[in-house]
Write a protein that binds this ligand. Sequence first.
Ligand code: ADP
Ligand code: MG
Length: 949
Amino acid sequence: MATGGGWAPARSVERHGAPPPRGGGGGGTRSKSVAPGPRRPSPSPARSRPAPDNGGSSDSCRVRVSVRLRPKNSEDLAHGSDFDSCVELQPESKRLKLKKNNWSCESYKFDEVFSENASQKRVYEVVAKPVVESVLEGYNGTVMAYGQTGTGKTYTVGQLGKDDPSERGIMVRALEHILSSMSFETDRVAISYLQLYLESVQDLLAPEKTNIPIVEDAKTGDVSLPGAAVVEIKDLEHVFHLLQIGEANRHAANTKMNTESSRSHAILIIHLQRSSRIKEENSSLSNDTHNIFPDDLPLVLKSKLLIVDLAGSERIDKSGSEGHMIEEAKFINLSLTSLGKCINALAENSPHIPTRDSKLTRILRDSFGGTARTSLVVTIGPSSRHYSETSSTIMFGQRAMKVVNTIKLKEEADYEILYKKMEREVDQLTSEMERQQKLIKSEKMQLDKKFKESERSFHDLRMTSNMRIENLEKEKCQLESTVKTLMRDLEEEKGQKNLLSEQIAELEKLLNKNKQQQLENLSRTKILTDTTKEHEKEMEELLRQLQEERHCSSSLKDRMSVLQQELCDAQSSAQESMARELEKKLTKVTEELTSQVQSLKEKISELISEKEVIYEELKSTQEKVQQEMWQRQGLEDQILRLERSTSDNYAEESKTSYGMVRSGSGLGNAAFVSKSGKIREALSGQRGTISKIFEEVGLPNVLALLKSEDLDVQIHAVKVVANLAAEDINQERIVEEGGLDALLSVLETSENTTIHRVTAGAVANLAMNGSNQGVIMNKGGARLLANVSSKTEDPQTLRMVAGAIANLCGNEKLHLMLKQDGGIKALLGMVRSGHADVIAQIARGIANFAKCESRVISQGHRKGRSLLIEDGVLTWMVANSTRFSASTRRHIELAFCHLAQNEDNTCDIIASGGIKELLRISRESPRDDTRNLAKKALDSNPAFLREIQ
Ligand code: ADP
Ligand code: MG
């Protein structure tokens, strides 16, 4: 039953609103028929469990009825023997005998009979305790007192016994029992205290609340008084306090309404709520519920205990309230009458139970024929004066004993906890949802931002890509034009290369022709040699014949002298005629012989002259062969350079050209050393041998041999030194150990051409070293070399001398001394040789000189016109620049261009006709740097420019 005041928001949705259907008629008494009819299925999460029954079936429970006999009071005693006691109790058999008179007596059986001596405690334990225990287990319960006014209903039910605990009635004891049995942590107990009078419900705890409506749940049939106060209690003191308030309010109300408390019903409703968790296996919740609630569903047992102190059951005319109108009196008794009717109907298993006829029966709907465990105590007095009332009370009790209830466990989901839990979950879900929404929002914003950024970057990218494409297209166009230009250049170069290849081919052809000629010449020489040999043989034969003839002639002379002697003898013997004949013969023979000798002599002289002619021819042929060999070497040199220039694409050649005459000034053929592997091998073999000799003998000993008296030894010693001097590491050491002095002395004193050639080569090698160059000059080396050059026509010697001077030309510090010592003049003088190798060295020397001089002048270390001009070098260069091999020409051109850089040479260059040459070089020179030098000279010199115009 529920409530108004603020407790228990959870409402039971289960209700056995209607009493179980009764078996239709039939003989069996109600009290025996405990089997309930089919129950309605539970429409809610609430569940029912079979309840322990004190004596019935597991879930059906008959209303328990006890009788309590009040002790005789003063009134009873006052009437004394007039009215003896009409009641006799037989507690052993729980029976009561009611004596109508001395001869009429009836016996009634009850569940318990309490004598006048029965204690409050026992009455509680028998009447109320089982119900309270049942309520504590979750079932509804009702304890009710019924009886005539003054029989002890209020004493039994509502006695407070605040000071005397033994006096305490059922209300106090029940609450005491409940408070001691429940847990304050999980359980709650609250009370409502009401009074029903004239069909009006009043609140005894809140007296201002009157006429409180009774509400029935249409669905569950559950009855509640939502307007009544529900006060939660914590301890017994509170119970006393509330019950006292209730009592006081009941008294005040009755005074106000001019009524007696015996005419009103007092109803104490104890609301009990206990939590319990029942696991799945025990649960009988519907499937729907399982879907809604978790496995360990928080369940709550909600039960109510109604303790009712009914109004006096006596008839109204006897109640002493005569002030009331008869209708009003009926109204006063309506509830009690209705209760009696309902119990009768229930006891008689009537199809209609008039529950709705009064408020009391509506409130007690669950107590009789409902789901509550109900215990009724009927109170009676002992006096026979009230026989009729006592009898009707007993009959009421007897009928009530036939009423069977079907008790049901009121268990339902703890919606409060569930609600809170759900609320928490909803709150969590809401906050989670909000968080997710925020997250989504921020993600969306970020995505938007990213999208915009992407769009921007895409746009930028497109712009840059377009720009790049444009640039690339431009570059492509440029590259295409460059490629075209390059192709053109390539074509030109190809043409040049073809030209060069043609030139090479021509030169090779020429070379082959020369080779052929040489071979021819060689064969001719061989023929000549053979012829000469034959002639010599012939001459020998002739000489031998001559000798023989001479011998013959002498023998003939001898014979003649013998004959003359014989003649004399004959003359003397007078055979003069015979003598004359003989003399004639002799003269003839003599003449013959003389002519023979003469002819032989002529023949010999002829042969001798022929021999001389042949020798002449042989010599000229040899010279021719030599000349051709030189030419061939020149050509080979030219081919080599052309090949190199072709392959290196005109690579830098000045280093080798202007460098020291390393191989060229050493022993052997310069051109061949760089070209012929065989000769190089031979030369390195030779050098190896010389190094061995040098190691064995030691430099001082080798140098000592330079002064040897033996020419061969001296020549070989010079050769060894020259070879050693070809190696960089030896050059300074040879000079330091006096090798240079020895070589210069040999050069000065010797008249031998080989010595000259080899020594000049050795000096040339030593002159490759920069520090040696000054020593050579200081020791008069240049003068000696000039002297040698003037005395010899041997091209190899001249080549060595020219190489040595060319090396010295590469040292600008020595230029003046070189000129003064006649080095320049001597260098130019060797041009007379006409030999290509000699001229190549001369050109190299001049280029070295001009280049170094130009550098010194450009750096401002010297001024004035070139030292080369005075000795006629400029004139020679202008006149001969185009005559020689390509490399020689390049040297000459380069030297000329360097001279043209010096303004002090301007007049001489113009005077020598060099402008034309300069112009030619600026256009035709195969070397870029030379062409540029020529152009630079022409452009930077106003005099030249004027001259050109
Ligand atoms: P009722 O409520 O039925 O009108 P009460 O409880 O007021 O009757 O009892 C009337 C009087 O009888 C009271 O004074 C009460 O103390 C007394 N009384 C009733 N029953 C007993 C009892 N069993 N033992 C002692 N006194 C009793
Ligand atoms: Mg009373």
